[in-house]
Design a protein around this ligand. Sequence first.
Ligand SMILES: C[S@@+](CC[C@H](N)C(=O)[O-])C[C@H]1O[C@@H](n2cnc3c(N)ncnc32)[C@H](O)[C@@H]1O
Length: 347
Amino acid sequence: MSDIAFTLLKPELDNASGTALWIADENLLNQTSQVNPDVMVITNRFDLCQQLKDASWQATFSDFDFSHYNDHSVDKMLYRISKEKPVVHHVINQAIRILKPGGQLCISGLKNEGIKTYLDKAKKLFAGQIELVKADKNTWMGILSSPGKADTDFLEDQNYTELREVATDSNFSYISKPGVYGWNKIDKGSAYLIEELELFLERLPTPPESVLDLGCGYGYLSLNCSTLDAKITATDNNSAALRLCKENLAQQGVEADVIAADCAEGIREKFSLIVCNPPFHQGFSVEGDMTDRFLNAARRRLQANGIACFVVNLHIPLERKALNLFDSIETIAANGSFKLVLLAQPQ
Ligand SMILES: C[S@@+](CC[C@H](N)C(=O)[O-])C[C@H]1O[C@@H](n2cnc3c(N)ncnc32)[C@H](O)[C@@H]1O
C-alpha cells in the first residue's frame, strides 16, 4: 500500500542533487521510487537496507549515525517521519548541523503522527524558513531551509546517541538508548519468559548447547540465557538493537554472535533452544504477519529435538498460527497479560 506522506516526498527525492541524504525507516518498506544515484540512503533497518541495495540505491545501515558528515556539508535531506519522537528530533537536530546554509530538509508525515508539532518545532530551529505542502488536510510536508546555525536550542532527543544504564534486576544491569524497541525498560513479557524459563528447559532431553535469541532488542533474553553455558546467537533487524545487544553481552564478558538479519534470514545454523518475544508493530501499522514470519523463522532454525519458547500477548493466536509449522504446541503458562508457548518438533 502506498504511503501518502512518502508520496509527498517523492518529487523532492527524484530531483535531489549534490550531496543528498534520504533518511529511511521501517515505514518505507516496500515503498518504491525511481533510483536517484546522487542520493545516499541511511536506514536503521537491515531488511530495508537490503531491499534498497537490491534496487541499486546507495544505502548504509546505521542507527541514523551522521557523525562522519562534517558541519555544513550536505545540500539536501529527505525524511518521512518515524514513530519515535527522539528519533525524529535527532534527525532534525543533525540536519541543522550538517546542512549547508540554504540547504534543505524536507520532512513529511501525517497529522496523527505529530507532523504539525514537528514542523512547528523545526520552523523555530530553522529561523522560520519553511515552505508547507499539503497532500490533504492530514498529510503535510515542510521544506525547511537552513539558516546555517540553530536559531534556538536543539530539540529534546533524549541524548539519542548516548548509551546508558536503563534498568537493573537481580541478575544484570542493562544498557540501552532511544531508537530501539522499549528502550528504557525491561519488557514485562520477556521478564515473564525468563522467570518461567525452567518450565521450558525441563522439556529438553539434555541442557541446551546453543541458543538463538530471535529479535534480540538490547539483549535482555540473551543476557539471561548466558548463564546456561550454551553458545549464544542473537539477531535483530534494527541497528541500535544490535549495537546494544553486543554492548550488554560484552559488559558481562559473554562471547556471542550478534547478527544483523531480517527474521534470521541468512543464518544457517540450527539451535537447541530458541527464545523469542516477537514484534507486534511494524512502523505505524500493526502487522499480523510479523508473528507468522517469526514462527516460520523458528521452525527453520530449530533442531529436530530442540524447543522454541515464545512469549506473546494473550490475544495473539500463536498456537493456531503454529499449527502447520510444529507438531508439538503447548501453552505452558499464562498470567493476566501474556502466555508462554512451547513449540517443538518442527515440520
Ligand atoms: C518485542 S521486541 C523484543 C526485544 C527483546 N527480545 C526483549 O525481550 O526485550 C521485538 C524485537 O524484534 C525486532 N524485529 C522487528 N522486526 C524484525 C525483523 N524483521 N527481523 C528481526 N528482528 C526484528 C525488533 O527490532 C525488536 O527488537
